[in-house]
Design a protein around this ligand. Structure first.
Ligand code: SAM
Length: 249
């Protein structure tokens, strides 16, 4: 049985872990060690020289906000894909929270964000980071550890669904962040993505945005529009328009 360990001040400590995290650790081929650093837990890597994985919410929000002070949102492909306009900040449901990279960008852009994550290790890192966050924008963030399919049955009031599943063509090319290796190994591929997207498109909301590697195939069918960045493409679907033209798969 793999070990689940929590280390504080270089000493093993008892910590409240969810049943799902304990169950995952019991079945996992890897030992899971969380280290308490600067007020929150990080997942330690088993490789020498690899940084522990965690989410530094305050630091990231500050970094994004500083960037947006001198860069127009109107030119950002991510902002265009979710429909940000002057005076319009859509409410976002991020179905694939992960390490909150996109959610924190949405917050820094001024949106209200609901985020969902199903993996218990990632969920634990998010909860721990949230307890440590002091930035005022975090008041516009709501998190729940669950399956995307569950929140789709009881939707919060939102305008846009954002979906960034782990893609099939996992890319180990040089330049990819080293600490992402352990994250990818842990989370694995998201084989149910096409099914989840089909369900999203049945919901009468403004937009569904799917984040994909720039050159990859579409997840299920051609989007209404797409926005391309250097390495990423955002496939945007308009479910209301699709329903009118009976395009929903
Ligand atoms: C590629 S990562 C998302 C990265 C995130 N957008 C970021 O910027 O940090 C995909 C994450 O979504 C989660 N996920 C995938 N499918 C999900 C589903 N159906 N329900 C809940 N979480 C899901 C995975 O566990 C993984 O943590």
């Amino acid at each position: 049985m793999a070990k689940l360990k929590f280390i504080k001040n270089q000493t093993e400590t008892l910590e409240q872990a969810s049943d799902r995290l304990i169950e995952f650790a019991q079945k996992s081929p890897w030992d899971l060690q969380f280290e308490f650093i600067d007020g929150q837990y990080f997942l330690a890597s088993n490789l020498k020289g690899e940084r522990p994985i965690g989410i530094e919410i305050d630091r990231e929000l500050l970094r994004h906000e500083t960037y947006f002070k001198s860069h127009s949102l109107a030119k950002e492909v991510l902002a265009k894909s979710i429909g940000i306009r002057s005076g319009k900040r859509p409410r976002i449901l991020d179905l694939t929270a992960g390490l909150l990279g996109d959610s924190l960008l949405f917050l820094a852009m001024g949106c209200e964000v609901w985020a969902v994550e199903r993996h218990p290790v990632v969920g634990f890192l998010i909860e721990s980071a949230l307890k440590n966050a002091k930035h005022p924008s975090i008041q516009r963030f709501h998190f729940v550890e669950q399956q995307a399919s569950d929140i789709l049955k009881q939707m919060p009031q939102i305008d846009v669904i954002f979906f960034d599943p782990m893609f099939e063509d996992i890319n180990h090319k040089a330049g990819a962040k080293k600490e992402m290796r352990i994250f990818r190994e842990l989370v694995g591929k998201d084989y149910d993505s096409a099914e989840i997207l089909k369900n999203c498109l049945k919901i009468q909301i403004e937009r569904v945005v799917v984040k994909r590697p720039r050159l990859s195939q579409v997840l299920i069918e051609k989007p209404n529009i797409d926005f391309k960045g250097k390495s990423t493409r955002y496939d945007v679907y308009f479910p209301k328009i699709m329903a009118q033209s009976s395009q929903i798969p």
